[in-house]
Design a protein around this ligand. Structure first.
Ligand SMILES: Cc1ncc(COP(=O)(O)O)c(C=O)c1O
Length: 335
């Protein structure tokens, strides 16, 4: 299940956050990505329904599709998913699993509101459906906010909430260390699956991760101080060079979720790639190919790169707008 000392450190990390956890509730994984894949392998068979927030992290879409699951989208609002929509979806699709990111959602940066957290947990309990909360970005606060896992809103006997964590965003994705926190019997079953997959995660990496996780609180502040000015810079550059683009300022995470005033981000991404800027259009992060008007811009890069990127995007936008006109005229002619 992982190097015992590291599992203890992860358990202590949750205990300090106010979520009572024993080391037996922890399975160390090769990043959050493996955690999602293991959960998919344990719970899902071809044709099973999964309720998933939309847009969402594309790696989760891939992992669920790889086992043949059917994905039922749940719209993410600035306050997260709507509990009434979740209930309606459950009643309509009888899902085997719910996957959401309550904390600093990728790509929108949304945070599930306090009231909605309680309701969402209550609904998962009422229908007894495993609820996977992916908190990979949950520590990346931009305003110093501390968000607790959904599991801390559940009763102590809960077996329906599965929490995923990762070292990737606060420390280093190259470590390939993440984990699952769940009820002991679930951790045991996931552990068996993991052994079949890879015989276990590198102990060397776990030893490094163990040391790093102890510095969590300090690094969280350092990360905030590093990211805040970058977000500030990116939004200032966009306001100046692409004033028609709009967004809601994220409270955490690494991305700006931008709405284009016109056109579709997929085609625009192709134009941007001619200027050597890679952007991810919203439809790739949607399970139903919606969100074509959105794109995701990360603000992790240094000031020079961010400035250059926005300058190039502005040039690409100038090229794209007339193309859009031509496309419209052609469509009209063809119709
Ligand atoms: C929401 C979310 N989940 C999981 C992952 C995968 O993380 P890891 O590097 O820990 O596998 C990412 C990475 O971007 C992510 O944003």
């Amino acid at each position: 299940l992982g190097w015992p000392e590291f599992r203890q450190t992860i358990a202590a990390y949750y205990n300090e956050a106010g979520l009572p956890t024993s080391e037996n509730q922890i399975l160390v994984t090769n990043g959050a990505q493996q955690a999602i894949s293991l959960v998919a392998a344990l719970y899902l068979q071809r044709g099973d329904n999964v309720i998933i927030d939309n847009p969402t992290y594309f790696g989760a879409i891939d992992a669920f599709r790889a086992v043949g699951a059917r994905l039922n989208p749940l719209r993410v609002e600035p306050k997260g998913i709507r509990p009434d929509a979740l209930r309606a979806q459950i009643e309509a699709s009888f899902p085997r699993l719910i996957y959401i990111q309550p904390n600093f959602h990728n790509p929108t940066g949304a945070v599930l509101s306090e009231k909605r957290r309680r309701e969402v947990v209550q609904i998962a309990k009422e229908f007894d459906i495993p609820l996977v909360e992916d908190n990979t970005l949950g520590e990346i606060t931009l305003d110093g906010e501390t968000l607790t896992p959904l599991a801390s809103y559940a009763t102590a006997d809960n077996h329906y909430i599965i929490t995923i964590g990762s070292m990737s965003k606060l420390f280093w994705a190259g470590l390939r260390i993440g984990w699952i926190r769940a009820a002991e019997p679930i951790v045991t079953r996931l552990g068996r699956l993991k052994v079949m997959n890879d015989l276990g995660t590198s102990v060397v990496n776990q030893v490094m991760a163990n040391r790093l996780l102890a510095t969590n609180a300090k690094i969280k502040v350092a990360r905030q101080l590093e990211l805040q000015p970058k977000l500030e810079l990116l939004t200032n550059l966009l306001a100046e060079m692409l004033p028609d683009w709009t967004w809601t300022r994220p409270r955490g995470g690494l991305f700006l979720w931008i709405k284009l005033p016109i056109g579709d981000a997929d085609t625009f991404a192709q134009v941007a790639s001619r200027f050597n800027v890679t952007i991810i259009p919203g439809n790739i992060m949607s399970v139903d190919e919606t969100h074509q008007a959105y794109l995701r811009l990360p603000f992790l890069a240094d000031a020079g790169t961010l400035t250059e990127a926005v300058q190039r995007l502005a040039r690409a936008w100038e090229v794209y707008l007339p193309l859009l006109q031509t496309e419209r005229t052609l469509t009209k002619v063809i119709v």
